[in-house]
Design a protein around this ligand. Structure first.
Ligand code: SF4
Ligand code: SF4
Ligand code: FES
Length: 327
């Protein structure tokens, strides 16, 4: 077990620790942007590209990125030396030098990791001004891509390629023109994207955001001539509870229905009933296939993204034949 010194405090790290993980276990803080470690699903992204985690290590000529530098016996780390903090400020200023300064109308305002780090580092001016990117927005039914806000952290690419195995997003071009996009610069809607939203969930900036229909909904709710109904999917009652700080898995059906009624919906329907009917239909089809020598195994999902995944990724029919489609 290597003994390290974090800001002069002795700490026993593990052989596998990087400076970042050792400092986190010690209870310290080093800002990160490109680094992502989703332990539950065993996904790690550490391209070491943002350089906002720079630290000073005694005896080393240059600063080191904490996220990829392994610890060693006797290592002496300064997480907040003047030189390290100045390097972080410079890294963030350089990122901001090619970033639209439109926080007030950005969908990620208040929930943006770049904004948070810029604020932590007290960045109120930027000496690095010059050429800026000018990409078109890619607006699909579910996701809005704004490559002008991409900081090349590659988290989305890791999720799309390694976790979802869809492979829609990757870094293209070099130098100033480098950006993460679908191949041939295609709009997302023309790719094999399943709109799972995993890339949106991990993007630290407003480069990938969910398309919001909130204004349209409020407009209809205010229309007294209109009878407005809402139908919620089974997962929403759990996801919403988690968003409001309840234990993962907490069911918030009552609160959800109450809130929707307060907002002004005339009727609230639950997809659970439809889901039950789907399961009955699937069971019937499975029984029929089993009894009559049909194609097995039978794969089934009511998620259109999942069906799209099978159709695009296994177009030869090897898996498509197994799919039970209820449109
Ligand atoms: S789109 Fe978002 S997640 Fe993907 S590389 Fe750019 S900033 Fe990172
Ligand atoms: S939404 Fe599309 S681009 Fe994003 S991770 Fe899912 S499949 Fe990939
Ligand atoms: S978080 Fe370490 S280089 Fe980006």
């Amino acid at each position: 077990m290597p003994k390290v010194y974090i800001n002069d405090h002795e700490f026993e790290a593990s052989e596998k620790d990087t400076v970042l993980t050792a400092v986190q276990k010690f209870g310290g803080y080093i800002p990160t942007l490109c680094y992502m470690n989703l332990k539950d699903i065993n996904i790690e992204n550490k391209p070491s590209s943002c350089r906002v985690c720079m630290v000073e290590i005694e005896g080393r000529r240059t600063l080191a990125p904490a996220c990829t530098t392994p610890v060693f016996e006797g290592m002496k780390v300064k997480t907040h030396s003047r030189m390290a903090v100045e390097a972080r400020r410079t890294a963030v200023q350089l990122l901001l030098s090619d970033h639209p300064q439109d926080c007030l109308k950005c969908p990620k305002n208040g929930d943006c990791e770049l904004q948070k780090i810029a604020s932590e580092l007290n960045i109120v001016n930027n000496p690095y001004l010059g050429k800026t990117s000018n990409y078109d927005l890619d607006i699909s039914a579910a996701i809005i891509r704004d490559p002008n806000k991409c900081i090349m952290c590659r988290r989305c690419e890791t999720m799309c390629n390694e976790f979802q195995t869809v492979g829609v997003l990757s870094a293209i071009d070099r130098g100033f023109g480098a950006v993460v996009k679908p191949s041939f610069d295609m709009p997302l809607e023309e790719t094999t994207c399943t709109f799972c939203g995993q890339c949106v969930a991990v993007c630290p900036t407003g480069a990938l955001v969910e398309r919001s229909y909130i204004d349209e909904v409020w407009k209809e709710l205010e229309n007294e001539e209109k009878h407005v109904v809402v139908q919620t999917a089974p997962a929403v009652r759990v996801a919403l509870a988690e968003e409001f700080g309840y234990e993962p898995g907490t069911i918030s059906t009552g609160k959800l229905v109450g809130a929707l009624k307060l907002m002004g919906f005339d009727k609230v329907f639950d997809t659970n009933f439809g889901a039950d009917l789907t399961i009955m239909e699937e069971a019937t089809e499975f029984k029929e296939r089993l009894e009559n020598g049909g194609f097995l195994p039978m794969l089934t999902s009511c998620c259109p993204g999942w069906v799209k995944f099978i159709e695009h990724q296994f177009p030869d029919g090897s898996l498509s034949n197994m799919v039970d489609r209820i449109d």
